[in-house]
Design a protein around this ligand. Structure first.
Ligand code: NCD
Length: 304
């Protein structure tokens, strides 16, 4: 995987996924063994949109590998404010760093930016497009909790604008998961994602009610309604507050159902779910560190 840009989950084969997840498991088992692995490496962080987990876990991952980060900081304090183009920004910052992580509100921005640089570039979310490193940590969490064999997963919430969903749905076709998509009609999967899933041989089974499918699920992946991507606020208000779960909802589920969420949550998962054995979303967020360490290690040629 050396020097590959990571732009979309579509580029990850089952073999690539297993390689990253196995390396992440090795790291989680013995983090000290990887502590000085990339002590000369500087990772450039370019976040044009808010982030807590992705940015902080990439930072933690790079530091835990012995390296360091160089952070553009907020858009407000950067030359973007002066009208600098994304292409120019990445061409400059690649001269300071060994790899780049980019989050940007425009779909397709990571692909475009990657064409201007020679160092590896990782897409940390491009608008409503893709978020492949979230997918890797999601898959790690799924593999740990439910395994990939005979996996039945429900993905619920904002399937239209949720980039974590678009990436995850595609990656799940590599493990032949049975996927169920639960959302209001107005937030169903976009046509392009549907087409890709169809091309990959996956059936798209859609539901407007969770209870139609909940008892069959091994994993329920809940997502936030992406308020910031709605062109019209009244459209958002129509769907906000729908598709919430609480501990009572989960009484109809399998005892070993795993509940996941990329976070941040707003009100999709009531706090009483946190105390149940189903809740894995905080562990899922923690898994971002070993998984991003593994990805950086492999991208930067570790152990090869
Ligand atoms: C997600 C994102 O940014 O797409 N957050 C994350 O990276 N964990 C999900 C979201 O914002 O709802």
């Amino acid at each position: 995987m050396r020097h590959d840009h990571i732009i979309s989950a579509k580029q990850l084969s089952r073999g690539d996924i297993e390689t990253v997840l196995d390396r992440a498991a090795d790291i989680a088992a013995d983090p000290g063994a990887f502590a000085d692995r990339h002590s000369d490496t500087l990772l450039g962080l370019l976040f044009f949109e808010p982030s807590t987990r992705t940015k902080m876990s990439f930072t933690t991952a790079m530091k835990r590998l012995g390296g360091d980060i160089v952070d553009m900081g907020s858009v407000e304090s950067s030359s973007v404010k002066k009208g600098e183009s994304l292409a120019d920004t990445v061409r400059v910052v690649e001269g300071y760093t060994d790899a780049l992580v980019l989050r940007h509100p425009m779909e397709g921005s990571a692909k475009m930016a990657s064409e201007f640089v020679d160092v590896p570039l990782v897409n940390a979310g491009d608008g409503a497009g893709q978020h492949p490193t979230q997918t890797l940590l999601d898959l790690y969490t799924i593999r740990e909790n439910a395994g990939f064999d005979d996996l039945t997963i429900g993905i619920m919430g904002d399937l239209k604008y949720g980039r974590t969903v678009h990436s995850l749905a595609h990656a799940l076709t590599t493990v032949d998961a049975s996927q169920h998509f639960i959302s209001p009609e107005s937030l169903q999967l976009p046509r392009s994602v549907r087409y890709d899933l169809h091309e990959a041989g996956a059936g798209v089974r859609e539901h407007t009610e969770l209870d139609e499918i909940l008892p069959e699920l091994d994993v329920l992946y809940v997502t936030r309604i992406q308020a910031e991507r709605f062109p019209d606020e009244s459209e958002y208000r129509e769907v906000a507050g729908q598709y919430q779960i609480d501990a009572a909802t989960l009484e109809a589920a399998k005892d070993d159902l795993t509940v996941m969420h990329p976070l941040p949550r707003v009100d999709e998962i009531a706090h009483d779910v946190d105390e149940t054995t189903h809740a894995q979303y905080f562990q899922q967020a923690h898994n971002g560190v070993p998984v991003r360490m593994a990805l950086l290690d492999l991208m930067l040629g570790g152990g090869q």
